[in-house]
Write a protein that binds this ligand. Structure first.
Ligand code: CO
Length: 216
């Protein structure tokens, strides 16, 4: 379907969606407007194919979502850090998920030796991940496999960036929640994979240098 055709359909789709929701539960939107208590904070890529709610089967109210190019949690990104702070400190989510995806254009662009203009400082986050893991990545001779591994390593590093925040450390030391997870979505199969990120181990490791919670 051409883009413009879809654009023209959006408001009609919205009216149908309202009717469908009300047919199942006439008070659906009244309850929805009362407040949110999402269980998961999802940090994913902006890629239009790596949807957040749809691939998890989540409905409104279940997932707090932040998306940007290559699912980055930068140390001076007020947008991402505000989302992390609000989700953990105020909404008290139980799980923080960083979800990357194979075929990520942002990760691919970071692997190319080229001036990307305005995107340079953003892609540098991914290039830093490459530098941190250059030995492991250098041993992978197949370019596609190296690209897939960088997608996974970028997810792990962004999980570590979540752990570096004071709000995560303080919340976890006080309440043993939330836990941090790394996932990858494979759009070739639709499958969502858990990278089994070692949250307790990485938390210990991170706190040896970035300890912001032990005054508690
Ligand atoms: Co992407």
């Amino acid at each position: 379907m051409a883009e413009s055709a879809f654009y023209k359909q959006v408001f009609e789709n919205n009216r149908k969606w309202i009717a469908e929701k009300k047919a199942i539960d006439k008070d659906y939107f009244t309850r929805l407007a009362q407040g949110q208590k999402p269980e998961i904070l999802y940090i994913g890529c902006s890629d239009s194919r790596a949807t957040a709610e749809e691939l998890m089967g989540a409905g409104p109210g279940q997932v707090f979502v932040h998306r940007n190019i290559a699912n980055i949690v930068g140390s001076s990104d007020l947008n991402a850090l505000s989302v992390v702070n609000f989700a953990i400190g105020t909404l008290h989510v139980k799980h923080v998920v960083v979800c990357g995806h194979y075929g990520c254009g942002g990760v691919k662009a970071a692997m190319v030796a080229k001036d990307m203009g305005l995107l340079n400082p953003w892609l540098r986050h991914v290039r830093d991940v490459y530098r941190l893991h250059r030995e492991e990545l250098g041993r992978i001779t197949d370019e596609e496999q190296r690209y897939r591994r960088l997608v996974e390593l970028n997810v792990e590093e962004q999980c570590i960036n979540v752990i570096k925040t004071a709000v995560l450390q303080k919340s976890y030391l006080r309440n043993r929640t939330p836990t941090v997870h790394g996932w990858v979505f494979d759009m070739h199969t639709g499958e969502l994979m858990d990278l089994r990120f070692d949250f307790p181990g990485k938390l210990e490791e991170v706190r040896q240098i970035y300890d912001l919670g032990s005054e508690l």
